[in-house]
Write a protein that binds this ligand. Structure first.
Ligand code: ATP
Length: 594
């Protein structure tokens, strides 16, 4: 019985696979393990530990690293402020405390465990481990979880416990792909998993490697691994890739992938990682029941939720209260009693129009010349459109980006929908966002009045970068860079605004000109309400952000920022030491290369 196999055997398999190269040797080690230690009738008990991220039989543990750290500290009876407890809590940080293992929770934990656990194997079997993991997943509170972890610690040594922790975190870092493991297990395993997302079923049906399994189609009620999009660099690359095809360009919505399965009155929702979305279903089921016009159907789409910070849905600006979600169905995979994934996207769009009755703001369909498009007032961006040339793609991309959306998806209208495929039937094009490694120290050059509570007072700032022509002289020109308002407390913001107030000037008449030190773009209407009369009166703000590596249309600097936040006010730094455009461009390029 596989289940009687000791965890120590599995732990050494993992250690071996992790160490040896190349991949073929890793695979044969795995095969040998299956042949020597596992009974085909219960492959699943081992496979769920080898591919923990694909196991849907037990729920989630609710143990991300930070909570797991606290549970382990309690399970080991350590004081919260002891050096080892701090090591676990600060597992991400490098430095003297955590050493070379920083950033890898399981390794940091095993370092701590080594000092407390013996080296002799604890003798735990695979069955016992699975039982304890079941209990861990159903434990209701932290105390229960801690008690189960404590049992696990008592029955393992540090090496074994390290792998248990990796199983709990669902990432074994073995350096072997899930694809290779599936292939080694059975030649049809990956295909079957892709259309069922059911590891147990795969293990039960495919016990004999020499017996091929007939290709299975998708079914209502079983999650399917989603069709994915290949990333492309720019519109030209996209156009080249889909050369000669009929192409649709769609907005890439910034929500979560959702698969909706309607089977009579039963409606289920699956996430990108084929998890059941119970809580989401709660708000949508009536809408789905009434607006999907067939009895059985699978829709593929994106779900969006209300974004309370920007007070709008990610994409639509439809104001509906917090509890509601919006589904945008961009594909249909099953209608009546037939899978339609083998039909072309163009045909599936026609089906989508027949199957779904759109309900504004709750359930929308994304098809060219219909669905969401029909809601687009003239001049407003559209969400889906046919593209006849690379210019069409380019234009659509630009419009989408200006609208602050995530990017676009470009699809081959003649393509089938294929589970887990990323071969290029769908392409995604996003502006490149890179995280600035350090804070950016930028100069306030203007201000925007707030509304409501902050009405009449400057509540946001226009910040600029220096254009440093001569490294030995103070900069005399500043390029508008971005608008920033969040990050400071009300008090901090008020202090900055108060300090700058005497220097704020409205330059309204005769034209909306600005002081000659500041440069903005010609085609942009982006002007602050007030300007700082001259740069030497101003203050440096340290901001953090993702950098959007596309040409900025709105501000004068060559790149713009995404979600900038003020980190702190640099009262200590003189105005002329603010970041300059040249250094910023270098920073963007060097981060791009990593
Ligand atoms: P990303 O983080 O870029 O979303 P990903 O790996 O989750 O990447 P990809 O297949 O690379 O997924 O990108 C496609 C994803 O984009 C889909 O999973 C879906 O959630 C989302 N999406 C948003 N709008 C669309 C659309 N119109 N068509 C297809 N996918 C869309």
């Amino acid at each position: 019985m596989t289940e009687e196999v000791k965890l120590t055997v599995l732990a050494s398999l993992f250690t071996w696979i992790q160490r040896i190269r190349p991949s073929a040797r890793k695979r044969s080690k795995f095969r040998k393990f299956l042949d020597t230690f596992c009974k085909p009738s219960d492959y699943f008990s081992a496979m769920r530990l080898i591919l923990p991220s694909l196991d849907r039989e037990r729920g989630t543990y609710g143990l991300k690293e930070s909570v797991l750290a606290l549970c382990l500290i309690d399970a080991l009876g350590m004081a919260r402020d002891s050096p080892d407890a701090l090591r676990l809590i600060n597992w991400r940080k490098g430095g003297a405390n955590t050493g070379a293992n920083a950033g890898n929770f399981a390794l940091v934990a095993s370092e701590v465990l080594q000092r407390r656990q013996g080296t002799a194997s604890g003798g735990l079997t695979i069955k016992e481990l699975n039982d304890l993991l079941d209990r861990l997943a159903s434990a209701e509170n932290r105390a229960e979880k801690t008690a189960i972890l404590s049992t696990l610690i008592n029955k393992t040594n540090a090496q074994e416990m390290k792998w248990v922790i990796m199983i709990i975190l669902k990432d074994l870092k073995l350096g072997i792909s899930e694809k290779s493991i599936f292939q080694e297990f059975h030649p049809d395993a990956e295909d079957l998993f892709n259309v069922t997302c059911d590891l147990k079923l795969v293990c039960e049906k495919l016990r004999d490697r020499s017996q091929r399994h007939k290709r299975q189609d998708i079914e209502v009620g079983k999650a399917v691994r989603p069709q994915l999009a290949m990333r492309v660099r720019d519109p030209v690359a996209a156009w080249k890739k889909l050369h000669g095809k009929e192409v649709v360009v769609e907005c890439k919505f910034d929500g979560d992938r959702i698969q909706i399965h309607k089977n009579g009155i039963e409606i289920r929702y699956y996430s990108r990682n084929f998890l059941d979305h119970y809580e989401y279903g709660h708000g949508m089921s009536n809408v789905i029941a009434q607006n999907i016009l067939v009895d059985r159907c699978i829709l593929d789409g994106e779900m969006l939720v209300w974004d309370s910070t920007s007070n709008r849905f990610a994409e639509f600006g439809v104001s509906i209260t917090l509890d509601y979600g919006l589904d945008v169905a961009f594909d249909v995979l099953y209608v009546g009693d037939t899978s339609v994934i083998h039909q072309s996207l163009k045909e599936r769009h026609e089906l989508l129009k027949k199957v779904v009755k759109p309900l504004k703001g709750r359930l929308e369909i994304l098809v060219p010349n219909g669905g969401l498009n029909s809601h687009c007032p003239p001049g407003e961006p559209c969400w889906s459109s046919l593209a006849h040339s690379v210019n069409d793609v380019e234009r659509f991309f630009k419009e989408t980006i200006e609208n602050r959306d995530e990017g676009i998806v470009i699809k081959d209208l003649s393509s089938k929908w294929e589970p887990s495929d990323r071969s290029g039937k769908w392409l995604k094009l996003k502006p490149d966002y890179i995280r600035a490694g350090s804070d950016l120290d930028v100069l306030v050059i203007g201000g925007y009045y707030g509304s409501g509570r902050r009405g009449g007072e400057v509540a946001q700032f226009l910040v600029g970068l220096a254009d440093r022509q001569d490294p030995n002289a103070y900069p005399r020109r500043f390029l508008s860079f971005c608008r920033v308002g969040t990050g400071l407390t009300d008090d901090e913001l008020e202090t900055v605004a108060k300090k700058l107030k005497p220097y704020f000037r409205k330059y309204e008449y005769p034209k909306k000109m600005q002081p000659s030190f500041y440069q903005v773009t010609n085609h942009s209407k982006e002007r602050p309400d007030v300007w700082i009369e001259s740069p030497e009166k101003s203050i440096i703000l340290s901001i953090t952000s993702d950098i959007r590596t596309i040409q900025s249309e709105v501000f004068a600097a060559p790149y713009s920022l995404r979600f900038p936040r003020i980190d702190r006010v640099r009262y200590d730094k003189p105005w002329h030491e603010c970041l300059d455009v040249q250094s910023f461009v270098e920073l963007v390029h060097s981060s791009n290369g990593t």
